[in-house]
Design a protein. Sequence first.
Length: 384
Amino acid sequence: MKKVLVLAKSMEMGGTEIALLNLLKLLVKEDIEIKLLLIEKKGVLLSEVPQKIQIEEIDFDDNVIFERMINKDISDKTYTLFQKAIGKIVRIKYRSKVDLDKFLIGKVKTTKEYYDLLLDFHGYGYFLTAYGALGVEAKKKALWFHDENLWWTKNVQYYFKYYDKLFCVSNAVKNTLKKMYPNYSEKISVVLNCIDTEEIIKKSNEDIDLNDFTGVNKILTIGRLEEQKGIDIAIQIAEILQKRKICFQWYIIGDGSCKSQLMQQAEEANVLEKFHFLGMKTNPYPYIKKCDLYVQPSRHEGYGLSILEARVLNKAIVATDLAPIREQIINEYNGILVDIVPELFSDKIEMLLKNQKLIERIEDNLKKEDVNFKTEVQIVLSLL
């Protein structure tokens, strides 16, 4: 039986982790042995990983120090101070990130095995990419790129030569990566993030308490409370809609480091009666099903998994006009695309909320779409 090793940070609730979980559920149907190796063996999605998959955590010598050199598992303030102190030591002893990575790889206590395929699904310039390149023996190796904003690749470009495939989650990401690294063009290809459409529909029908999700014209946004997802822009849009006396309730599902800052912004904008932070939800799909409008004001995306999930549940979508999102949304056919300007977003949301026939036309078009990922799984399996 062929052996596959998958590398990831954790199984917390997030777009990348959900995409990984869905890929694992598809791969486990094949006659292969899969091990999931995590920097941190934690997260609400751990329980959903198929039982056939072995889950382990990278084990370091002197792990208290080393885990904190590659992880953020302490408070922001403590982490920042710790990172600065460690950074000074690292700069003195190690002249480059590659030297530091090699040192850390030498401290990994995980038993070495040979694999037929290694998948560094997380990417994002993490230590995992170095470990996959230099610390794991495998016949074939693949590295994922989940976002069009690829500034972090400078931290790991040294390792690209050790990977057989550089998988991008959209054509937009692929084109950006090829422009940055033309020498690796032959390795670069697209593998869309997978979702289980049947599971999404099934979960959307679960009978859960939605007492925190009420009102007329319910707007929903799902995403980490980080700069990328543009929740600060959503607050500005909500303020404009409120001044226009538009009836709505806007709900945010997700958590992140910017939560307190965003709540303060919402309070200062005087929109807290209409703008609600629901936190993380293990099953967000009943919320998507019950919302009147799904809005995604992201600054950048790789593909937009939440948008894909909203499409599966046939919801009218207003999203930032980004190249990756254009691969999913045809403007005014199965959604609305708009420049990332609060006033313009407000115009489009107001237009839809006042035009039920347009919403119904968009939803009808979404019902005609066939969303499946059989091809994506075959691309990955072709490396075996």
